[in-house]
Design a protein around this ligand. Structure first.
Ligand SMILES: O=C[C@H](O)[C@H](O)COP(=O)(O)O
Ligand SMILES: C=C(OP(=O)(O)O)C(=O)O
Length: 338
């Protein structure tokens, strides 16, 4: 007799494949941007974490409208992050803890999370997702266009193996310490075939065999000091070239690149826009942490506001739109001078 914490199988919560065609098309578009066959700039933008699906969906609708307006110059992907890696401890995300109180009702989180992801995908936006728990990946990967392996897991073999199998571009973040070489190693590892354990649609553990991911790439997110300046980007590109990897990089304006101070994200984005406008074609994308309202709140102190991040502080929507426009102008200028 299964106990009440028995999880559904991936097959039981899977989509009815209506979204599969759109997801496949989005993945091809992002891969084309990474390969520079598409001259537009990738922008991965959205909340640090989704804690209130209805409010996050409101955000997704705003973003979808802006993304459509700027689509000549930008490929906009929504951060739809339902798991959070923690430095020590804290809320771990909607999927593992949907009630935000540590009860850990993962079965409910899977149902709520899937419903959110499908509704977010229905806005027409491609979705970004950090794969924190390799087992949970099998419940969400089918609707994700751009995957991330984060700064706290980029050295992990299971995450590298997972990335080698995921049928989508995967960004490998530099370590929290600021080390970029670990992410370069992760890109190399993800590019190779592997056999590793995974969860089948029927819930059984199975051996997965990957072919290697040709679209794994570097994400610079800073460390104790930022690494978004032109010289840091050039050094990272040189490290990729020296490792025999394609010279391309996405730069995260948040996290170590803004010292976790959301007020510093606009300055970082403007610097990156300058690098793009100056013709840096290897700078293929930018990440921004943005939500409905500016700032953050502590989860656990009463009912959290729906419109305010419970993890990292985000830029509010009103401050995000001008940054998207700045990036679009920069991408247009780069294309015009190409
Ligand atoms: O992106 C979110 C956070 O930076 C990440 O989950 C780590 O958070 P923590 O250092 O507060 O645990
Ligand atoms: C946790 C995140 O980033 P990092 O791994 O760079 O800290 C994130 O993007 O939510």
């Amino acid at each position: 007799m299964p106990d009440q914490d028995t999880l559904p199988t991936p097959g039981e919560v899977a989509a009815d494949h209506v979204v599969a065609t759109a997801v496949a098309r989005h993945r091809e578009t992002v891969a084309a941007v990474l390969a520079r066959r598409d001259p537009r700039l990738l922008v991965v933008v959205g909340p640090c974490s989704v804690h209130d699906p209805a409010a996050a969906l409101d955000y997704a609708h705003l973003l979808a409208t802006a993304a459509e307006r700027l689509s000549d110059d930008l490929v906009v992907v929504l951060r739809a992050y339902l798991e959070k890696p923690r430095t020590v401890a804290g809320w771990t995300g909607l999927l593992p803890d949907p009630t935000l109180d540590g009860k850990g009702d993962i079965a409910a989180g899977l149902r709520l999370g899937r419903t959110f992801l499908l509704a977010a995908a229905a806005t027409g936006l491609p979705l970004a997702y950090e794969f924190v728990d390799p087992m949970l990946a099998h419940y969400v990967a089918d609707v994700v266009t751009w995957g991330a392996v984060g700064a706290r897991t980029v050295a992990s073999q299971p995450h590298r193996h997972l990335a080698s199998w995921l049928p989508m571009p995967v960004g490998m973040k530099n370590c929290v310490s600021g080390r970029v070489d670990t992410a370069v190693d992760a890109i190399r590892a993800a590019g190779l075939p592997h056999a590793f354990p995974g969860v089948a649609a029927d819930g059984r553990l199975t051996t997965l065999r990957s072919a290697g991911n040709p679209d794994a790439h570097l994400v610079l997110r800073g460390g104790p000091t930022p690494n978004y300046h032109a010289a840091d980007v050039a050094a990272a590109l040189a490290a990729l070239t020296a490792a025999g990897l394609p010279a391309r990089v996405v730069v995260d304006a948040s996290h170590g690149n803004s010292g976790k101070d959301h007020h510093r994200q606009p300055g970082v984005v403007e610097d990156l826009a300058g690098q793009v406008a100056d013709g840096n074609r290897a700078l293929v994308g930018v990440m921004i942490e943005s939500y409905l309202s500016d700032g953050r709140q502590d989860a656990g102190a009463g009912t959290p506001r729906p419109d305010l991040s419970v993890t990292d502080a985000c830029l509010g929507w009103d401050r995000t739109v001008p940054l998207l426009e700045t990036l679009a102008r920069a991408a247009a200028r780069r294309r015009a001078t190409g």
